[in-house]
Design a protein around this ligand. Structure first.
Ligand SMILES: C[S@@+](CC[C@H](N)C(=O)[O-])C[C@H]1O[C@@H](n2cnc3c(N)ncnc32)[C@H](O)[C@@H]1O
Length: 270
């Protein structure tokens, strides 16, 4: 993982929330919230909260006396999340690195994390932290993207950008969000960190957008892929986005577009 892969700042939070969240994150947030709420947790920790799509889905499902600490490494993402949340005094927003959680042992009934662990440089260390802050018998619930070939638009954007930068293709999407999909490895790392009763379910969804161009804007300008494109040639961001848009339109048409996305959903007991 490159240092810039975890920089969600500048215009990324707003573009991420406007374009990426409805494109690929919303259906999995509804799924994660439903699974998390089924355990009726009283004390919830969310790591890698981002712009808060899971928080908005899960908080209304919790009991009135619940507490919910929503954390992220990057304050601009968390600030954006807080600005989108309806008033709710059960929620506390706090900057935190998932590898060094600033909470006492056995504090939470449930730790949840949507599409965040791929960004953690040491997953076993992050899993140990999740286990440490969970009460005995509590649940850690998270999801990760499956391989890029199962996520059609991400794959097509990556291939299109390789045509724009043939000597040094931007590989952020394949390397990081889609770089941790080996379910045997995930299970092994969780068990190494002390989790038991690990279940992993592979879940396909449809990614939908009003146009191919909005898909291209989402990936090229609403994720750290933007940093990677601009590092190669800051003046080429629009041209690169246009090229990705026409590659998607060629395959999916000029109107509304839809394609497969796929992720693994993991539940482990602490
Ligand atoms: C793809 S986003 C997912 C955000 C959100 N969970 C969602 O579903 O939209 C990944 C998030 O991980 C955060 N992140 C990266 N490294 C982190 C770390 N070490 N600890 C906590 N959060 C981290 C980023 O700031 C970013 O908000």
């Amino acid at each position: 993982m490159l240092r810039t892969d975890k920089v969600f700042a500048g215009s990324v939070p707003e573009n991420y929330n406007r374009y990426m969240v409805p494109l690929i994150f919303a259906p999995y947030a509804a799924d994660l919230a439903r699974r998390a709420a089924s355990f009726t947790p009283r004390a919830v920790l969310e790591t890698a909260t981002g712009t808060g799509i899971v928080t908005r889905a899960l908080a209304p499902k919790l009991t009135p006396d619940a507490s919910y600490v929503a954390t992220d490494l990057n304050p601009p993402m968390l600030d954006y999340a807080a600005s989108q949340q309806p008033p709710d005094n059960r929620i506390k927003w706090q900057q935190a690195n998932a590898l060094e959680l600033p909470f006492a042992d056995a504090t939470f009934d449930l730790v949840c994390c949507q599409f965040g662990v791929m960004f953690f440089p040491d997953r076993v260390a992050a899993y140990r932290e999740a286990k440490r802050v969970l009460k005995s018998g509590g649940h850690f619930i998270f999801n990760v993207w499956d391989r890029i070939e199962e996520n059609v638009f991400a794959h097509e954007v990556t291939n299109a950008l390789a045509e724009v930068f043939p000597n040094d293709p931007p590989r952020f999407l394949a390397r990081t969000p889609h770089g941790y999909h080996d379910t045997a490895l995930i299970r092994h790392e969780l068990e190494t960190a002390g989790f038991s009763h690990v279940t992993i379910e592979t879940k396909a969804e449809q990614s939908r957008a009003p146009s191919a161009r909005l898909v291209a804007i989402a990936y090229c300008q609403g994720t750290p892929l933007r940093n990677e494109i601009e590092a190669r040639d800051a003046g080429k961001l629009e041209a690169a986005t246009d090229h990705a848009a026409s590659a998607i339109a060629t395959r999916h048409g000029s109107g509304a577009v839809a394609a497969k996305i796929q992720a693994h959903v993991i539940v482990a007991m602490g």
